[in-house]
Design a protein around this ligand. Structure first.
Ligand code: COA
Length: 387
C-alpha cells in the first residue's frame, strides 16, 4: 500500500522553567494554540498527548479529552501516550504512523510535563517510576543514582576522563545562551561542571538535566493538509521507536544503547538518508553519560569516544554535525514527557529557517533522539526540509 507523505506544518512551545502560576492544562493549551495558530486551515483529526506523570505531578489524568475541550475541539479523539521520558517522541511517532498510513490526515501532538509543583523527593520518586517497582525502586535507587552507576562503569571500563564527561553539559549550555525558550542561558566551563555539587558519584549538578515545567506541540499533516502551505513545512522522512531489555542490569552490555541504535538505524533507513547527510541532531542528554553513549549508539563516535569528540568540537555549532542546537536537555531543559516534542519543534525551527541565533545555516536534514529510562525506550525521527 502506498504510504502518504507526512509533514509538520507548525509548532508551538512555552519556555521551560518554573511555571508556578500555570497548570498542566494551561501549559498544554498555550503550546497547542501556538501550533494551531500557525496552520489556521487545519483541524486536527486526533489529539495525542505525550506525558509521563500528570497523575503524580498534578493529580490529573484524562489529559486528552481535557485538552481537546479547552481548545474548543471536543469531539476530536484525544488520548495520552506514556513511555517515561520518551513520552513526547513516542506520541509523535504514533501520530506520524497514523498519518503515514493514511488513517488520518492531521493530528495535533502535544508534550507536556509539570514537575516543579512537586517537592524534590517526590520528583525523584516520580522519575524512578520509569524503572521496575519490584526491583529498582524497591532498593531506593533514584534515576540519578542509576545513571551515576552507569557513568562510573563507563569511565572505568573505557578510560573516559572527567573532562570528557563534562563536554556534553558544556556544549549544551553554550547553545542554550541564545535559545529563548531555554531554562538555563548561561555558558559554563568544564571546571564549573567538575566543581559543582555531587548528586550521584561521579555525576554532579551540572551533569544532570534540570527539573522544569513546559509544553511543546506540533501539527502533523498528510498530503491533503499540506497542499497550499508548502512554505513552512518540514517533512517527516522516517521515525522508529525501539526498546531495550527493561532493566539495565539484565543487559549483556550496559554500555550499548540498543534501543537508540535500532531506532536510529530504522528511522534513517525509512528516511533513505545516510548519517553523513545530517546537519544537526537533537540528542537525549539527560545525564552527561547518556549524551556520550547516545552519540556512540548512533555511530557518530566510536565506543568510549563520545565525550572526547564533543570536547574536541565535533558536535559544536559550526561543526559538521551540531548537537543540541537549542541547549538540549541540560540547558533548554527536560520537562520529561514534553522533551521529545521540544526536539521536534527545534528541528522544525531549523528546517524552516526560524531558529534565529541558533540557526544551522542551510540545514537540510535533522534527527531527534528521545529516551525513556536508561535507553529502555528510544524514539528517533528524521526530518527534511520540504521540497
Ligand atoms: N543544572 C544546572 N543548574 C541547576 C540544575 C541543573 N541540573 N538543577 C538545579 N540547578 C540550579 C537551580 O537553578 C538552583 O540555582 P539558584 O540557587 O541560583 O536558584 C540551584 O541549582 C539549586 O537548585 P535545586 O532545585 O535546589 O536543585 P536540587 O538539588 O533540588 O536538584 C538535581 C538538582 C540535579 C538533583 C535535579 O535537577 C535532578 O534530579 N535532575 C535530574 C532529573 C532527571 O532525572 N530527569 C530525568 C532524566 S531522563
Amino acid at each position: 500500500m502506498a504510504k502518504s507523505k507526512a509533514y509538520v506544518s507548525s509548532v508551538g512551545l512555552t519556555k521551560v522553567g518554573d511555571h508556578w502560576e500555570k497548570s498542566i492544562l494551561d501549559l498544554a493549551v498555550e503550546a497547542s494554540r501556538g501550533a494551531l495558530k500557525g496552520s489556521p486551515k487545519v483541524k486536527p483529526q486526533q489529539i495525542i498527548v505525550g506525558n509521563m506523570f500528570s497523575s503524580v505531578g498534578s493529580g490529573q489524568e484524562h489529559l486528552g479529552a481535557m485538552i481537546a475541550s479547552a481548545l474548543g475541539l471536543a469531539g476530536v479523539p484525544a488520548y495520552k501516550v506514556e513511555a517515561a521520558c520518551s513520552s513526547g517522541g513516542t506520541a509523535f511517532n504514533v501520530a506520524y504512523n497514523l498519518v503515514r498510513a493514511g488513517a488520518i490526515d492531521s493530528a495535533l501532538v502535544v508534550g507536556v510535563e509539570k514537575m516543579r509543583d512537586l517537592e524534590p523527593e517526590a520528583v525523584s520518586q516520580a522519575l524512578a517510576m520509569a524503572e521496575s517497582a519490584d526491583y529498582t525502586q524497591f532498593v531506593g535507587a533514584s534515576f540519578a543514582a542509576l545513571n551515576g552507576l552507569l557513568a562510573r562503569y563507563y569511565m572505568e571500563e573505557l578510560d573516559v576522563s572527567r573532562d570528557d564527561l563534562s563536554a556534553f553539559p558544556v556544549l549544551d549550555h553554550a547553545n542554550g545562551v541564545t535559545a529563548e525558550h531555554a531554562q538555563f542561558r548561561k555558558a559554563i566551563s568544564p571546571e564549573v561542571v567538575s566543581r559543582s555539587s555531587m548528586v550521584a558519584d561521579p555525576l554532579r549538578l551540572f551533569d544532570c538535566a534540570p527539573v522544569g515545567d513546559g509544553a511543546a506541540a506540533a501539527l502533523i499533516v498528510g498530503e491533503k493538509g499540506a497542499a497550499g502551505s508548502k512554505r513552512r513545512l518540514m517533512e517527516i522522512l522516517g521515525g522508529k521507536v525501539s526498546t531495550s531489555q527493561f532493566s539495565i542490569y539484565e543487559r549483556r552490555d550496559m554500555l550499548d544503547f540498543r534501543a537508540t541504535h535500532e531506532a536510529f538505524n530504522g528511522a534513517m533507513q525509512q528516511a533513505g538518508v545516510t548519517a553523513k547527510k545530517l546537519d544537526a541532531v537533537e540528542v537525549h542528554n539527560a545525564f552527561s553519560v547518556v549524551g556520550a553513549l547516545s552519540v556512540e549508539a548512533m555511530g557518530f563516535s566510536k565506543r568510549g569516544m563520545g565525550g572526547r569528540d564533543a570536547r574536541e568540537g565535533k558536535f559544536s555549532m559550526g561543526s559538521e554535525l551540531p548537537v543540541d542546537t537549542f541547549g538540549g536537555l541540560k540547558a533548554r531543559g527536560h520537562p520529561v514527557g514534553a522533551t521529545g516534542m521540544y526536539q521536534v519543534a527545534e528541528a522544525y525551527l531549523q528546517l524552516t529557517d526560524q531558529a534565529g541565533k541558533n540557526q544551522v545555516d542551510g540545514a537540510e536534514y535533522v534527527a531527534t533522539q528521545n529516551i525513556g529510562g536508561v535507553d529502555t525506550t528510544s524514539a528517533v525521527h528524521v526530518f527534511g526540509r520540504a521540497a
